[in-house]
Design a protein around this ligand. Structure first.
Ligand code: FAD
Ligand code: EPU
Length: 336
């Protein structure tokens, strides 16, 4: 355990936060032992790769850094393969490893930063694929009782950038391992317009999709190892078909994507971009020149200026379009 640990290198916004006690967790048994040692009623903070969090200045109590490793093939019938992967494995390294084994399903999710345990939390998605499609089960430990459980895909209630883990019914679970089902014969998924535009008919292969996704991402998104960022700072709003009809009367060109149950998803980047936010810089945080949905750090050391700029952007979007934006990264800790 490290007391008063500096978390700067453990979050991609490179915020200068501290944890009162930082514990690196390498196994489920160790996790249960750490939980058993917590004060009664104490709730630990949980950190994976730190690529989707806004850390407040000080994280009181215990912060668990998830570092459980391991990739095991549980079953293989020659076509479908089920693998169990530790929460602390790197997501992108897993994607590349699976690709080299011809275990398909993940290629569109290449280069998303973070850990395997972080992936189910918001059901990571990119280029037409969401991780939920490949999840068979999620192994968890209760953050206060230490009880173990296993959640099926249905139990996880996956939605766009959402899962049970972000709600009261599932927020108590700490993910220790994830079981994925992959398919040697899975078809290539290349319908996402930006991706499809990169690929000729001859290139509709898993190799080409993986390479194209990596190259698109390198062009469009800042590398968090160089520029502090958390990817998209807001979710794309989901609104009713009635509301989109109203919005389209004033803004006929707003990009719209299908969503379930009589709703549509609209492009938050477009809404923000149209209001002229791209390139705007305040107090060490800037709206990316390359993508209006991405905020970049240029000197900010604490959460406050990120949250202030995000609030100003959300207010201007609400005023202009009557659409509410929701933060994608999760705020952790307290500013006290
Ligand atoms: P963290 O940031 O450490 O944590 C995120 C949340 O999950 C926190 O609430 C934390 O408490 C919780 N958590 C983490 N691990 C566990 C665990 N084991 N058990 C319980 N709770 C846990 N996301 C996308 O969906 N699609 C993208 O295309 C995408 N692109 C990105 C590009 C860039 C450049 C960046 C910086 C981020 C991007 N993201 C994207 C967001 C982010 O990478 C993902 O959400 C990622 O899955 C977060 O994983 P993490 O391990 O870093 O989680
Ligand atoms: N656009 C603009 N201005 C911009 C950028 C984009 O107007 O500055 C418009 C364009 O019309 C463009 C459209 O927005 O066609 C969509 O842009 P993009 O393909 O980049 O997708 P996105 O909706 O902005 C989402 C995810 C990304 C994911 C990509 C690719 C969310 C919140 N974001 O971005 O995920 O990588 O699609 O699938 O759903 C993340 O969650 O952190 C993330 C990076």
């Amino acid at each position: 355990m490290t007391a008063g640990a500096d978390l700067r290198a453990l979050n991609t916004l490179q915020l200068h936060a501290t944890a009162q006690h930082l514990v690196t967790v390498s196994s489920s048994d160790q996790l249960q032992a750490e939980i058993a040692g917590l004060d009664e009623g104490a709730v630990p903070h949980v950190l994976g790769g730190g690529s989707n969090v806004i850390l407040c200045d000080h994280l009181p109590g215990t912060t668990l850094l998830m570092a459980i490793r391991g990739r095991d093939v549980l079953s293989d019938d020659g076509t479908k393969v089920v693998i169990r992967v530790g929460a602390g494995e790197s997501w992108h390294d897993l994607v590349v490893w699976c690709h080299h084994q011809s275990f398909h399903g993940f290629a569109n999710l290449a280069l998303i930063p973070g850990s395997v345990g972080g992936a189910p939390i918001q059901n990571i998605g990119a280029y037409g694929v969401e991780v939920a499609e490949c999840i068979e089960a999620v192994h968890v430990v209760h953050q206060q009782t230490g009880e173990r459980d296993c959640l099926s895909r249905e139990d996880c209630e996956f939605r766009y950038r959402d899962s049970v883990f972000k709600h009261a019914a599932g927020a108590q679970w700490i993910i220790t391992e994830v079981d994925f089902v992959l398919d040697r014969e899975a078809p290539v998924e290349a319908d996402y317009p930006t991706l499809r535009a990169r690929l000729s008919e001859a290139e509709l292969t898993h190799d080409a999709v993986l390479a194209a996704v990596i190259s698109i991402r390198r062009e469009r998104l800042p590398d968090p190892a160089i520029t502090p960022n958390a990817g998209s700072f807001f979710k794309n709003p989901i609104i009713s078909e009635l509301d989109i009809d109203i919005l389209r009367q004033s803004f006929p060109e707003v990009p719209v994507y299908p969503a379930p149950n009589d709703t549509v998803k609209i492009s938050a980047a477009w809404l923000i971009d149209q209001l002229g936010w791209r390139g705007e810089e305040r107090d060490g945080v800037k709206v990316s020149d390359d993508h209006a949905l991405v905020l970049e750090g240029c000197g900010a050391r604490s959460a406050a200026p990120w949250l202030a700029l995000a609030e100003d952007i959300a207010t201007s979007v609400k005023d202009a379009y009557n659409v509410s934006l929701e933060l994608e990264p999760r705020v952790i800790g307290s500013t006290g």
